[in-house]
Design a protein. Structure first.
Length: 365
């Protein structure tokens, strides 16, 4: 039996890729360190192994006809081995660029996307120079492996410098960015093949404690600003020679938008596409991977996606009382307060309506 798609990473993003692959008549094989990862419930085969285990990666590549990935932090040495030996339709450059915040920002600027001011920071002198140039408030971030607010420090005054010292003492690579007083954050998800580029409707993101809480679609944005964002994002993919799926998060201030970060994989903010659109990010990524023509996404109704973290489980019953709800659980064995355990999508629901239901149902955080 021939496996169509090999996926590095067995989390919920891979799980939903597998679900859509089955609907397309495809088979999947997944590599993950955990034998009970979300993909274990749906993949045709699971290889248990670390992401930097070259032998396990070689096994995955040998069994699959093509490879993809569901998260960014795959070892660089492993990526080079895979790229030289196996078929990775998306390539590895988007992944490498997204693994380093400095390279990511430099790359955005190089290919036409505006960013806030930023500085590379390795020493205390670097940090002081950045503060002098940008001014407070600003944000220190580790350049690699930061997600959901991890590896980040907000600096509002000289008193906060001491919070960054542990990173500097560990010789961590860092970046300092201007802390923009933005109106809101939004995400744009695109998939590019050699003769097509499609994009899903742009949604507004709301975070809580550095973790995505809600995505609401469509975003309320001036049409001219939205048009420019889509055009410049597509031009960015072409200029950078990226293929496959790419999510770009933007900060929006008035009629201006600023690149925040990117992810060359399915994205949490795009889960709404499963019920909210005529097609979804996972299905169209799978179709890209096998070289099938992609379908143009169309929003079917105002849609809202609510992440279900461990801390939200106490409200799960009430959250399901809101009309037109679709619950997706990730089959994770361990509950932790900030761990993503599932999500709920609501059709025909705006952000204001969701907040009204939340108050009516007495859903407390």
């Amino acid at each position: 039996m021939s496996y169509n798609i090999g996926i590095i990473g067995g989390g919920q993003l891979g799980m939903m890729m597998c679900e859509e692959a089955k609907k397309l008549g495809l088979t999947t094989i997944v590599l993950d360190p955990s034998s009970d990862c979300p993909c274990s419930t749906i993949a045709d085969e699971l290889i248990v192994g670390q992401y930097n285990d070259l032998a396990k990666l070689d096994e995955l590549g040998s069994k699959a006809e093509l490879l993809s990935y569901e998260f960014e932090n795959v070892d660089g040495k492993a990526l080079e081995m895979l790229h030289g030996k196996f078929n990775i339709p998306q390539g590895i450059q988007p992944l490498l660029d997204s693994q380093d915040r400095l390279r990511e920002k430099d790359n955005a600027n190089k290919h036409g996307l505006p960013t806030v001011r930023y500085h590379n920071v390795f020493t205390l002198d670097d940090l002081k120079e950045a503060i002098k140039d940008i001014g407070y408030p600003l944000i220190y971030k580790t350049r690699r492996e930061g997600y959901d607010g991890h590896g980040q420090v907000v600096l509002k005054s000289d008193e906060d410098i001491k919070k960054v010292l542990p990173y500097l003492e560990e010789k961590a690579l860092g970046i300092v960015e201007e802390k923009l007083d933005f109106d809101y954050e939004c995400s744009l998800i695109m998939i590019r093949s050699h003769d097509q580029i499609i994009h899903f409707p742009v949604g507004r993101n709301i975070h809580k404690d550095g973790i995505l809480d809600i995505s609401a679609v469509p975003v309320k944005m001036e049409e001219s600003t939205l048009t420019e964002m889509i055009k410049r994002s597509e031009d960015f993919m072409k200029s950078a020679s990226y293929y496959g799926i790419l999510t770009i998060e933007y900060f929006v201030k008035g009629d201006k938008f600023y690149f925040n970060e990117m992810a060359p994989r399915p994205h949490n903010s795009g889960h709404y596409t499963i019920e909210g659109c005529n097609t979804n990010q996972f299905r169209e990524l799978d179709k890209f991977l096998i070289g099938e023509r992609m379908e143009e996404p169309v929003l079917l109704s105002p849609t809202l996606m609510k992440n279900i973290l461990g801390r939200d489980m106490k409200n799960l019953t009430k959250l399901q009382e809101i009309p037109a709800s679709h619950l997706h659980m990730y089959h994770k064995s361990e509950e932790r307060p900030l761990r993503k355990l599932g999500h709920i999508t609501y059709n025909n629901l705006t952000l204001d309506e969701y907040l009204s239901y939340k108050e009516k149902l007495n859903i407390e955080e």
